[in-house]
Write a protein that binds this ligand. Sequence first.
Ligand SMILES: [Zn+2]
Length: 315
Amino acid sequence: MLGFTHPACLEHDTGAGHPECPERLGAVLEAVHEAFPDLEWIEAPRATRGQLLRVHDPELLASVLSAPLLGTTRLDPDTAVSPGSPEAALRAVGAGIAATEAVLHGETDVAFCAVRPPGHHATRDAAMGFCLFDNIAVAAAHALDRFGLARVAIVDFDVHHGNGTQAIFDHEPRVLYLSSHQSDLYPWTGAGNERGAGNIVNALLPAGAGSEAFRRAWQEILLPALDAFGPQLLLISAGFDGDRRDPLAQLALGPDDFGWLTGELSRLAARHAQGRIVSMLEGGYDLHALREGSVAHVAALLAGDPTDRAAAAPR
Ligand SMILES: [Zn+2]
């Protein structure tokens, strides 16, 4: 397993009091470093313009990359850019590209990208919901175009629906998009009847739902769809805002739930995808929940990676 990150991701300044703050990534990196000191980290390269243009319009590139010289400006009511944002956004996307290449070239089976800004709300032409570019969508498009894969799955367990990822691929049968998310919550998309070209599966959970409902949705709806699809590569939008402590949502999940799902995904990846998984950090706004959730997630990724040199158990 390899970790991918870049210090520039800490320099995307969303303004005082914004929940998508640099401390989030600091918490994840610190917790994962502490728990898995042997995990090897790689500095993410910048995504290229050509890689971004596979899923985004040139106008979005121009607006994200022409950040202010001072202070912050808003691209939507929730989504700010600062002088450090272009570099952060390019490195966040670049992490997913580099991780996908590492996994598909056989350098590692599993990769975790600890990056921000998150990505799954960004659409083809708009930054929104704290997201500038859709990091995981660019990684999926790279796997299709550069490596010629025929089946790439994106599994999204963030508490919010990944409207951007879904919209980018809803006519692309080579990509399966699976999401569990809280109903009646931002961005108010992801209804069960949104099926795309038959390649979209959404499972909604009511406010207050906990482990049992979450695990049942995955066991009965989402994991069987993933198994039937038989992905050659599994990408994970790993958001930890389904935790009961999260201030922006109302599910009642905990770190064990994220670890459980990750274990199930590892088994599926072993069966279909030669164990190949690229996970990318999405949301999660309680720092304690983020620390514990990301450690549970990485522990399960390591446990599912038989070739890994690092110890699978947290220290
Ligand atoms: Zn979220």
